[in-house]
Design a binder for this molecule. Structure first.
Ligand code: ADP
Ligand code: K
Ligand code: ZN
Length: 433
């Protein structure tokens, strides 16, 4: 199966823009008439529904931010009758107090459709067995992949997180072909499989992993492939836009954002100006058909860019680059911007290291210091002090060359650093600002 919904996924650009405009118009008319929040916001911005004459007029509309959801906790932004709600989720609160999101039946259908399209773009179909090892519950990952997988007609295993040996057993016994979880949890599963003597490449049918909910790097993609033979796809979403749903296709070169579902902008985080394709900025999305809690020009806070040019897979939707992390994940060390995902990328360039690491940032007199603790691969363990000192300075040099900032490195034995089932929390910042 090449596409899940060929007509819409390959719609010529101009037709797609026409469709996006129609959807936006319906949304804005409805909100202006029925939502006190949007009505007031639009009034304050001096814009009327009649000012929206093409999809590019979307830039006249005011932005929304995470604080709008927090300020209207728990459900003051709900724009439909309470009876029409069929589900709530509560976000994990990566950056502060959690927020509540709500869904109508149509909202769930749209989300599942987006996930089904993405799974097909990763090469999956009805014959696949999808093990969902994201958390089931208030977090959107578990149920999101679950419903999308079922919509596609794949066989879904609601494994949820944890119990890693049991996960490997399920992969073997139920002949799992694809798994969805966080990248850090998948790396942990690879380690557990090794420990119990299971070679994922030889002893299982697992070939595809759909990994997201936290930043990860291209070198992680290579590492996973080397260690397990599994092709790792990136999946992106946030609870406010429904949940994880947009993945890279088999080209593995950017995540397609279905244009009839979401309108994507990249803006300058300082000025709010829209940036052209190719330029890095803050990801901003409008979910064009959302009913329960519509999100217009929602500033997601992640830094990325839209890829210029068309994808050879034939999908006409825009593609976004890997997300490095949120604006607020970024560490500033002695004036230099450092994303934890860039540290991972650098560490995995050293063959002796694993992707298990922790970052400690602290004040040393007037200066910032960063300590990177990283686990060695079991076969890189050695009693030779000279060997370890040599490796340590090689890792420090690699970090300095790639991040432009010096960090101290502590090499740790295998299995000594924390493991994460959900989103990894790798940074301990004890500086007081
Ligand atoms: P919270 O906002 O509480 O963290 P979400 O579960 O909605 O709850 O998290 C969404 C955030 O997770 C995104 O804004 C992004 O920072 C991060 N994220 C999700 N998927 C990815 C991904 N594939 N790559 C990088 N970051 C991701
Ligand atoms: K209901
Ligand atoms: Zn593609």
């Amino acid at each position: 199966m090449a596409y899940y919904n060929e007509k819409i996924e390959t719609l010529p650009k101009l037709e797609l823009e026409k469709l996006q405009y129609q959807e936006l118009k319906v949304l804005v008319d409805r909100l202006y008439a029925n939502s006190a929040f949007y009505h007031d916001r639009m009034k304050a911005a001096g814009v009327l529904p009649s000012d929206i004459k093409s999809i590019s007029d979307i830039t006249k509309l005011p932005f929304m931010r995470k604080t709008d959801l927090r300020d209207n906790y728990p459900d003051k932004l709900v724009c439909c009758s309470k009876e029409d709600l069929v589900r709530y989720h509560v976000s994990s609160g990566t950056t502060g107090k959690p927020t509540v999101v709500a869904y109508t039946k149509n909202d769930l259908d749209t989300w599942s459709e987006a996930v089904a399209r993405s799974l097909v773009s990763c090469g999956l179909g009805r014959g696949d067995v999808l093990q969902v090892a994201y958390g089931y519950g208030l977090f959107t990952g578990g149920l999101g992949l679950h419903y999308g997988g079922e919509k596609l007609g794949a066989t879904v295993i609601p494994a949820s997180t944890g119990n890693s040996e049991r996960q490997i057993e399920l992969i073997q016994d139920l002949q799992t072909t694809a798994i969805a979880c966080t990248p850090s949890y998948f790396v942990h599963l690879i380690d557990v499989a090794k420990k119990i003597g299971v070679d994922i490449a030889k002893d299982t049918k697992l070939r595809t992993a759909i990994l997201g909910a936290e930043p990860w790097s291209e070198s992680m993609r290579r590492y996973i492939h080397e260690q397990s033979g599994v092709t790792a796809h990136n999946i992106f979403g946030t609870s406010e836009i429904s949940g994880p749903m947009f993945t890279d296709c088999q080209e593995l070169n950017g995540m397609h954002i279905s244009g009839d579902i979401a309108y994507t902008e990249i803006i300058d985080p300082e000025t709010g100006e829209s940036l052209p394709a190719g330029e890095k900025g803050e990801l901003t999305m409008t979910i064009l058909t959302k009913e329960a809690i519509p999100m217009i020009r929602y500033r997601i806070g992640d830094i990325t860019s839209i890829f210029p040019g068309d994808c050879p897979c034939g999908r006409t939707s825009p593609r976004i680059d890997r997300l490095q992390g949120r604006v607020d994940d970024m560490l500033v060390i002695r004036g230099i911007n450092v994303f934890p995902s860039a540290v991972e990328h650098a560490l995995l360039r050293v063959p002796e290291l694993t992707s298990h690491f922790m970052l400690e940032v602290f004040r040393n007199g007037p200066l910032d210091d960063m300590l990177v603790k990283v686990e060695l691969k079991p076969d890189a363990m050695t009693d030779s002090i000279n060997g370890l000192i040599g490796l340590q300075s090689r890792v420090e040099r690699t970090l300095r060359d790639t991040l432009n900032v010096s960090a101290k490195v502590e090499l740790c034995p295998p299995n000594s650093l924390p493991r994460f089932e959900g989103k990894a929390k790798r940074v301990i910042d004890t500086r007081v600002f």
